[in-house]
Design a protein around this ligand. Structure first.
Ligand code: AGP
Length: 627
């Protein structure tokens, strides 16, 4: 939610900031802006001292609008600046509310990601001192308070200012009195510093920096960084300088590019076999025994200290698609480990006062590792004594750091707002975790253990075969794209996939879509079925296939058209559905990894046919760092 970036060095900051914002745009795209410490020679026509050397450019809408403005301003020059792309929380998307925000005296400019919860109180206080506010944002209080606190020492003023803020923030600040210096600070919102040679950067995440540097410093909560072209100094909340490690990122630039695809979403859908391989392979151990047989096992080096015997229940929590992965995880863990498992959306769990204690294992799932509701829920669970295991994609993210144990999905950077490889790798990790835990708890036979591992190892290749449905799915999308209201139905694992398939479709195509447990339709929702309605029936969970077929017949009897997804080899489905997509067979517990793939493609092509902005759907942002 909102992307921020900054640059200080010897090159022109404008193009670097705009490129960073372009890469961060998936975090928010209703307006964008940059502020630059302008070059002295360009400041005034008559040579007298300017009121401020900070120049700003802002534009409502996408970063491309800002680029157009920038290109029309040849004098917008300077080697140090900050930039922001916004997802509006306080105030409508407009040039005035766009960041950066400038202090009333014009000496400081700030970009901010997060929410200042006590902004109204600070604003009222500053207004009493005669300070005028220009925007409706919470952010403007940061820069006005900073200017108010400034008595000749930038760092001191900033530390005093952030000590007053409650809520979440990642900020970058420049002042016209400190050429070449950027201060950055963070609390509960992501911020990393990029370390270059003779130039340094900061950004909300690595995608903005990866084309410039792969060496980063993770700023932790409460820390402040002073960034100049030649040096990065980091201070703790008391102002004491601290040593920070430089982390080397192994993402290549192609990870942050579309690599020939029209959209990141399609690129990421197609990357799933590789992402699954990267997630699965390092955790499978294959030993050759003396007798010549091979012995397969799952090894999680990262959770060696986790004693499953300690827990009498598991609670899974997450948001959106990660929650849907959690619903799959609930069934797999319960089925294999014979332990009680619940799954709940984090925004509910955090306020529900759940019953848990030190015998509870909480699994939190998050692609970004920065989702505000998930962080709050995990803190609540930790407070109640639970052990928290996180399943996260972004290395070094807040959730990864806060958890007691962390398993990374190795999906690589996910840029499209609609998650695809993030979701499938989460399900793969949950499946591997369940098999591993069942092995620890001895609730699984050796045969079942080995057979499941073999099926897990086949997931990348089966995902590849599911992707071969691409052309056929496109035809389905061409046929059904103008259905204004759709239903996804399924039972057990298929129901969990229905939830995700439906979310995928609605978030990028804006069509009304609902997921229902197939048996539940008749309890009310079937009233909405009328001739021509599309019902997507998920039929891969074979134990309950006949039951789902009954539900298909019920909706068909009311005129619905049915598009079914079933396993290869299922011939009877052709008698029931109008259209059928067949996916490779896999173990019942692993069905979601394969079955979701045609639904991702379906959502993509329906959205494309409807002319939607697939990578940047309206009202959404990739990383939801606000409540
Ligand atoms: C999925 O396509 C969504 N955009 C969204 O539901 C997402 O899964 C959710 O916001 C959770 O994000 P996280 O995995 O980064 O925590």
């Amino acid at each position: 939610m909102c992307g921020i970036t900054g640059y200080t060095g010897i090159n022109q900051a404008g193009p670097i900031l705009l490129e960073g914002l372009r890469r961060l745009e998936y975090r928010g795209y209703d307006s964008a802006g940059i502020a630059i410490q302008s070059e002295k020679s360009a400041e005034t026509e008559n040579g007298s001292a300017p009121a401020s050397s900070i120049k700003m450019l802002k534009a409502t809408g996408k970063v491309s609008h800002l680029v157009e403005k920038f290109e029309a301003e040849p004098d917008f020059k300077g080697v140090c600046g900050i930039g922001h792309t916004r997802w509006a929380t306080h105030g409508i998307p407009s040039d005035t509310n766009a960041h950066p925000h400038l202090s009333a005296d014009g000496k400081f400019a700030v970009v901010h990601n997060g929410i200042i919860e006590n902004f109204a109180e600070i604003r009222a206080e500053l207004q009493k001192y005669g300070i005028e506010f220009k925007s409706e944002t919470d952010t403007e209080v940061i820069v006005q308070l900073l200017a108010y606190n400034y008595k000749g020492n930038f760092k001191k003023a900033l530390m005093k200012t952030i000590a007053r803020l409650t809520g979440s923030y990642a900020i970058g600040v420049i002042s016209d009195e400190y050429p070449g210096t950027i201060f950055a600070a963070k609390q509960a919102s992501p911020l990393i510093i990029g370390v270059g040679i003779g130039e340094n950067y900061f950004a909300s995440d690595i995608t903005a920096l990866v084309s410039n540097t792969k060496n980063v410093i993770d700023l932790d909560d409460g820390e402040v960084a002073e960034i100049t072209p030649d040096e990065v100094k980091v201070f703790d909340h008391t102002g004491k300088e601290i040593d920070k490690e430089i982390r080397h990122i192994n993402w290549d630039i192609a990870s942050a590019e579309k690599s020939g695809y029209e959209h990141f979403m399609m690129k990421e859908i197609m990357e799933q076999p590789q992402a699954l391989k990267a997630t699965i392979e390092p955790r499978i151990k294959c030993e050759t025994l003396n007798c010549g047989d091979t012995d397969l096992s799952i090894v999680f080096d990262e959770i060696k200290g986790l004693d499953m015997k300690k827990f009498n229940r598991v609670h899974i929590t997450a948001c959106g698609s990660a929650y849907h992965a959690g619903c799959v995880g609930r069934s797999i863990i319960e089925s294999l480990c014979k332990i009680q498992v619940e799954a709940e959306v984090a925004s509910e769990l955090r306020y529900r006062d759940p019953v848990m204690d030190d015998k509870t294992l909480v699994i939190v799932i998050s692609q970004s590792g920065e989702t505000a509701d998930t962080i709050a829920a995990m803190k609540e669970c930790k407070y109640k004594g639970a052990t928290v295991l996180a399943i996260v994609n972004v290395v070094g993210s807040s959730i990864a750091k806060l958890a007691d144990h962390c398993i990374y999905t190795w999906a690589g950077p996910e840029i499209a707002v609609a998650t695809t490889k993030g979701y499938t790798t989460q399900v793969a990790v949950l499946a591997m975790f369940a098999v591993w835990a069942a092995g620890e708890l001895k609730t699984i036979s050796h045969g079942a253990y080995t057979s499941l591992i073999l099926d897990i190892m086949h997931l990348p290749e089966r995902a590849q075969r599911a992707l071969d449905l691409n052309t056929k799915v496109k035809k389905m999308a061409d046929k059904y794209y103008d259905n204004q209201s759709l239903f996804f139905i399924g039972r057990n694992m298929d129901y969990a996939v229905a939830l995700e398939g439906s979310l995928k479709l609605k978030e990028i195509s804006y069509l009304h879509s609902e997921a229902y447990a197939a048996g539940e339709l008749k309890h009310g929702t079937i009233a909405l079925i009328e001739p021509g309605r599309l019902v997507v029936a998920l039929c891969c969970y074979e134990k309950l296939f006949e039951k789902t077929v009954s539900n298909i017949q019920q909706v068909k009897a009311r005129g619905a058209e049915v598009l079914a997804v079933a396993h290869e080899g299922n011939r009877s489905i052709f008698q029931e559905a109008d259209d059928v997509l067949l996916v490779p067979q896999t173990d019942a517990l692993l069905v979601p990894v394969i079955e979701i793939i045609p639904l991702q493609l379906f959502a993509y092509y329906v959205a494309k046919k409807n002319g939607c902005d697939i990578d940047k759907p309206k009202n959404l942002a990739k990383s939801v760092t606000v409540e």
